[in-house]
Design a protein around this ligand. Structure first.
Ligand code: PLP
Length: 376
């Protein structure tokens, strides 16, 4: 047992430690903004937007208030441009965080919930044709858990049926498809979340849209700024959802370390993948290293709740992503009777193990030992 080397509780995510890792650079960035006297729509936004667009591999990046808004603005912009209309359908994985679905219903679009594959936990692209109707306008692809969910079949399906491929890249910053392109640049537009716990996390809420579509970027920028492109002139009924200068400065510091941070996550993941051997525990299919940035490390276990309690009793924090699927939530009563067995199984069995760029290899080995000695 590696317990002797892990005297403390293994936190699910130690944000304090993550911040300390880049403490001096972050303090300097925040101080620079504080001292500048300029807190919104300034040089920090410009710099971060430029650097993040380059990093992702898109021509445009528009900062906004959070990841949910990023997705809302993309679809709202498509509606404003006449490419979609309320009532149109968007195919989206049924096993996603609620924000992916909210972004659609907020715009009056109809989410068409697609089952994932149990072995990858990603959208099952073999189901796409069966979900297509005259009203389908888009696929919202979610790179859940930090895994690249893109496939050539999804891209072909979108091309053939003239659908917008939108990526929810909230959990997958830095991830790449097998040809080297990063998630977020694989479709027509992508929404990003910089919620503090994300691989690229701010000191509060923050988000962005990336795209190569100049008009879309301009529309999103206006929508997130009261609907205005020129001061005191309002083209759309927008909202106030901007990225503030302190968050942009913080994100720009962390962006420089993102690839190294993701590599550190992969090191922990490798220990889990190589070490976990328990007949009651299933790991999702392993993919090429670059295609997974391990925002989370999900495992499936029939005795999930017992395993979680057991790990907790041994000082290991875990979380469930997510306990209730969107179609069973109270806010979507109209779908509560839907049967989505794969999604439901994932939600009943999923457990996320601790993983981060500051977790130690001893801690990971300790978690492996515990899981391997778990039985009901
Ligand atoms: C898959 C996914 N999409 C969208 C979001 C929304 O991002 P935010 O929390 O920044 O609004 C999240 C955040 O948790 C997410 O995990």
């Amino acid at each position: 047992m590696h317990k002797a080397k892990c005297l403390m509780m293994i936190k699910f995510l130690d944000l304090q430690k993550i911040t300390q890792k880049y403490g001096a650079e972050l303090h300097e960035a925040v101080r620079r903004v504080v001292d500048s006297g300029w807190y919104l729509q300034g040089v920090e936004n410009e710099r971060f937007e430029h650097n993040f667009a380059q990093y992702i591999g898109n021509r445009y990046c528009v900062g906004c208030g959070n990841g949910l808004d990023a997705l809302i603005w993309i679809y709202r912009a498509y509606i404003e441009k006449g490419i979609m209309a309320p009532g149109d359908e968007v195919i989206v994985p049924a096993n996603t965080y609620i924000a992916s679905i909210l972004a659609l219903t907020e715009n009056g679009l109809k989410p068409v919930l697609a089952e994932p594959r149990l072995d990858t936990l990603e959208l099952d692209d073999s189901l796409l044709e069966s979900l297509l109707t005259k009203r389908t306008r888009s696929v919202l692809l979610v790179h859940l858990y930090g895994r690249c969910a893109y496939t050539e079949a999804i891209a072909r399906f979108c091309r053939e049926h003239n659908l917008k491929l939108v990526e929810d890249n909230a959990q997958a910053h830095g991830c790449r498809w097998s040809d080297g392109r990063r998630t977020g640049s694989l479709g027509d537009a992508a929404g990003h979340s910089f919620y503090p716990g994300k691989n690229l996390g701010a000191f509060g809420d923050a988000g962005a849209v990336t795209t190569d579509d100049e008009q879309l970027a301009a529309t999103v920028r206006a929508l997130a700024n009261y609907g205005s492109q020129r001061k005191y002139v309002f083209k759309y009924t927008g909202r106030n959802s901007r990225l503030d200068e302190i968050q942009a400065a913080v994100l720009d510091v962390k962006l420089r370390h993102l690839d190294a941070d993701n590599e550190a996550r992969r090191q922990i993941a490798r220990i889990y993948i190589d070490g976990i051997r328990n007949p009651d525990v299933m790991l999702p299919v392993t993919m090429a290293a670059d295609m997974n940035v391990f925002h989370l490390f999900p495992i499936l276990c029939q005795h999930r709740d017992a395993l979680q309690t057991y790990l907790s009793e041994h000082d290991v924090q875990t979380l469930i992503h997510y306990p209730i699927p969107p179609h069973q939530q109270e806010c979507y009563k109209q779908w509560n009777t839907l049967s989505l067995p794969v999604t439901e199984q994932i939600h009943q069995q999923e457990l996320s193990l601790p993983i981060s760029q500051v977790m130690t290899t001893d801690e990971a080995h300790y978690v492996v030992d515990l899981i391997n000695s778990f039985n009901v």
